[in-house]
Design a protein around this ligand. Structure first.
Ligand code: ZN
Length: 484
């Protein structure tokens, strides 16, 4: 019977460079014997000294592992295909080599990637794998910036970017994919232009959208690897679940102030994000980077770690970050690593999953869709212009600033009293209950919380929230007060 044997890329050099060889055989064992008698060098890669198939080599007859069938005696039929799949290099990349031929590199590309090509870990084969690979980046912010730039520079053939934001001044302290000239532009356009400039040999696909339960599966299906560069819990759980359900590796990174985390969640091979964190923290407990700040270089480091891991997956490296959680402290310059374990009770990747399709992640994380948390009861509010008019009129008012001292140093409204949100209840006696108090923060959310807290603590005076905080003051009243 004529049987086709598919030779994996790493072994083709021992088979005269051929990807497929047709042999005559009645059983799988005979087919392999026939193959290795004409290509003797292959034999020592496939068999040990006892003439037994090496245990890191899997042989599939059509889609069946012959170890699970009758071994070498498994009979073959006319037109069957035998596939040799060595597990040495991590699996997926090699399997895809077997299924499709890798793209060739042009002379220009060979010159561009020469520092990769001379490394045995990459070489021509690895660089062609990079060219054949596709990666979807969620977000082009702090993490997405170095990630996208390094993936593009490395020659990842197709990069998809999902974002819906525009470039703002306060992004530029860390989102180095965007420049000052891009202020006000859509981030996907700014990022696409930068990546094209870095490497014109690759394809950039832009998806201007918020990632949702409605579009995630359709987007993920078209890429080999998904990299999570999000900054909020609903999207993080959405990315995780959609990766588990579509079988994609999820290269994870997160940042806060000067602490970073990174891992590789790949449900087929180990833990997922939900195995680590089954449920999100209650809303408001963990501040976002917009509230808590982030050291600008930190996403640079964590995003570069994600890029490194993504490239390792494509190259079929061993020692991936599966079941490993890396913690990085940029302030003490310390890396620590924790072992993770797949949770058999995990609701999405466990033995009896309860999540079989994407859910409503904003509801799951307890946040109202696309808006800042609203105070429980109706607040008295005042606009920046009205406040200014009252001050100029000489009204008897007091202004309480509930931001942090380091924010007060950046910008302040003259004649205000600073009591940070965390101290507002214990220092309540510093606010005169006989005089109307205007409470402000940066944007109006923390001051609303402060008013709620004061009312709950029994404060008797009148409290009014400054709508839009000091930012509105700067925009509408006094542009000399810097925005931050
Ligand atoms: Zn899981």
């Amino acid at each position: 019977m004529p049987v086709t044997i598919s030779i994996p890329a790493p072994l083709r050099q021992f088979a005269g460079g051929q990807s497929q060889i047709v042999v005559e055989a009645k059983t799988a064992g005979e087919a392999l014997d026939s193959l290795t008698s004409t290509h003797a060098a292959l034999r020592r890669h496939l068999y040990n000294d006892q003439n037994v198939l090496r245990n890191f080599v899997n042989v599939y007859l059509n889609d069946e592992d012959i170890r699970h069938a009758s071994g070498p005696d498994t009979p073959v039929k006319d037109g069957d295909t035998i596939m040799i799949v060595p597990s040495i290099a991590g699996g997926s990349a090699i399997e895809s080599d077997v299924k499709e031929a890798l793209p060739e590199l042009s002379n220009e590309e060979i010159l561009r990637y020469s520092r990769h090509l001379i490394m045995p870990e990459v070489g021509m084969q690895g660089q062609r794998r990079l060219k054949a690979a596709s990666v979807l980046m969620i977000g082009t912010g702090g993490l997405g910036a170095p990630l996208g730039m390094y993936l593009a520079a490395a020659g990842v053939g197709r990069i998809g970017i999902v974002d819906f934001d525009v470039v703002e001044e306060s992004n530029l302290q860390r989102q180095i994919i965007h420049g000052t000239k891009d202020l006000g532009r859509r981030k996907i356009e700014s990022a696409r232009d930068r990546l094209r400039d870095i490497n014109p040999h690759i394809e950039i696909e832009t998806h201007e959208a918020r990632l949702t339960s409605q579009n995630a599966m359709r987007l993920f299906r078209n890429y080999d690897i998904v990299v999570d560069g999000t900054d909020n819990f609903p999207t993080r759980y959405l990315v995780n679940d959609a990766c588990v359900l579509s079988g994609k590796p999820n290269v994870y990174g997160s940042i806060f102030r000067f602490e970073g985390q990174a891992s590789l969640f790949w449900a087929e091979k180990g833990a997922c994000y939900r195995c680590l964190y089954p449920e999100p923290p209650p809303p408001g407990l963990v501040p976002s980077c917009a509230e808590g700040g982030v050291l600008g270089v930190l996403p640079g480091i964590v995003g570069a770690i994600q890029a490194n891991e993504t490239i390792k997956i494509i190259l079929g490296a061993e020692d991936l970050m599966i079941n490993r959680l890396l913690l990085f402290d940029a302030w003490t310059m310390k890396f620590r690593e924790f072992k993770l374990r797949k949770d058999p009770k995990c609701p999405v990747c466990g033995e009896q999953p309860t999540i079989k399709e994407l859910i409503d992640y904003e509801e799951f994380c307890g946040v109202a869709p696309h808006q800042a948390p609203q105070p429980e009861s109706k607040l008295d509010e005042i606009s920046a212009t009205e406040l200014n008019a009252r001050r100029l009129r000489g009204d008897r008012i007091q202004i309480v600033d509930v931001r942090e001292p380091h924010e007060f140093e950046i910008a302040k409204i003259p004649g205000t009293k600073l009591i940070p949100l965390g101290q507002v209840v214990t220092r309540m006696n510093e606010i005169d209950p006989e005089v109307e108090a205007i409470v402000h923060c940066k944007g109006g959310v923390r001051s609303a919380k402060a008013i709620e807290a004061l009312k709950r603590a029994g404060f008797q005076g009148r409290l009014i929230n400054l709508k839009g905080g000091i930012t509105a003051w700067s925009e509408d009243v006094d542009p000399r007060v810097p925005k931050y």
